[in-house]
Ligand binder design. Sequence first.
Ligand code: FAD
Length: 554
Amino acid sequence: MGVSHIVVVGGVAGGMSAATRARRMNEHTRITVIERGGYISFANCGLPYHIAGRIVREDKLLVTTVEQVRARFAIDVRVQTEVMRIDRAGKTVEVRDLKSGQVEMMGYDKLILATGASAIVPGMEHVRAENVFTLRSMEDTRAIQKYLGEKKPKSAVIVGAGFIGLEMAEALHDRGLAVTVVEKVDHVLPPLDREVAVDVEHELRLHHVEVITGTGLAGLVADEAGRVTHVVLEDQRKLAAELVLLSIGVRANVGLAKEAGLTIGASGAIAVDGYQRTSDADIYAVGDVAEVTHGVTGRNARVPLAGPANKQGRLAGEHAASGEARGADKPVGTAVVQVFSETAGLTGLGEDAARKAGFDVDTAYVSGGHHAGYYPGAERLRIKIIYDRATGKLVGGQIVGKQGVDKRIDVLATVLHFGGTIDDLAALDLAYAPQFGSAKDLLHMAGFVAQNQRSGVTAAVRYRDVNGASVIDVRTTEEFARGSVPGARNIPLDDLRGRLGELERTREYAVMCQVGLRGHVAARILSQNGIMVKNIKGGYALAKEEMDVPMEKA
Ligand code: FAD
């Protein structure tokens, strides 16, 4: 195909994947990458760990350099150079060298927009103060490092408890600062459902990170020198802060595209077709700036993550260079984050998001060791799966624990990718040895629980939905004595068959254990003896959280 010049705007995840794939597919075309910042292919995802001091050398964050890309791929890479405007009719871009100020008009046959996203900065006084930061680029990282090194702040307020906010909470804690995290919704890690995020919140508190949820940023107070001293919250609280990090989300950098008249989708990112082509067939968009077709909802959405950005770049580069490529992936939104020693992973839709998207979903909860209990070192994992009631198709999954979260969330993501059901999940043939998992892995158990619920073997409800049923707590008397829900009656599981006479056939019961497993056994005993019963999902551990009992680990 006669493509003589491919111009890529943005030289990080999506842009460099596009440029290098284009070269591998077409040795003869001219390829130029224009990057506004000073670096290409830097590891955004590693930035918090550099600030934490775990990735010591800054150059380790540079996956490749301008010189390496020029030498190996014969790609003309221009850093500190910005594309200012696209002239679609003339097929040129206006390029400004930010060092010299020189402007040039550069022709293209194919243009790939990989301009990414920018951290959202609210419009309020003092957001540009020297001690108020966002984290997106190497330059942002340097600014934070410099401030930490020179001013040695002792306290930080992080606004926004998403992935970056929490990674930075840990990083700044590691640097010796007293950290407070503020989150507008009622729990940390908003993409997770609240009852799953609880363990992460607990972990933050365990490390003396203060967590304030359910209120947002209202304003910043600065001293005479213009340095922010306090963060004011919507609930009027005023927090002292020597460093403020704003991590309240990202906005797609669609300015160029908008000005050029390209179609912007309802999600706020650039609308693309199955080959990442925008409404102009010679212009592609990839990464955080582009919309995707969501793999679960089938709707257009933004999934601003590194994996999709890299793969979309690869696809667009190939298509631009050769005129052919396999169609675009449909990401389901899979992410994992570590907060101190707790890891949280999610894929697909959470329960609330699924309902908002119009799914009629049910949920299943399991909790247990990440490998066989008899092998030393098993750590507790909590898994929630969300599935479509009518079809049994998996809609999403969320996992939290200290070990084994990453591989299991990837298994759930794989099931989602193939449109699998809870039966598929239960049937997966997964690797097992005692130090890695269980012969019936917790993922299988999640599938079994969902199957039991869906087929009616055991009806199950959240504690908040017991609706007047009498609660029987089937844990041991010792466990019961340590705490129970109001009005519950204790009949330990192993005594249950002998005490059936105490229960009425005309009444409905809800059985509760610690996490739901013994409750299922109890429910089977009772229902097969003609007693109306439901198992309480997630047991006392989950109910306690619903009752707003101060957080404590199950
Ligand atoms: P970017 O990486 O943002 O690159 C866009 C580039 O375009 C920028 O360098 C910008 O300077 C340049 N640009 C913009 N406009 C112009 C212009 N007009 N002219 C020239 N250049 C321009 N994702 C994960 O999946 N896992 C993680 O663990 C993870 N951690 C992260 C941690 C941090 C701190 C951050 C900031 C992000 C993290 N992400 C993570 C998200 C991930 O990094 C992004 O999804 C990914 O980098 C998007 O790639 P991109 O190429 O679309 O955009």
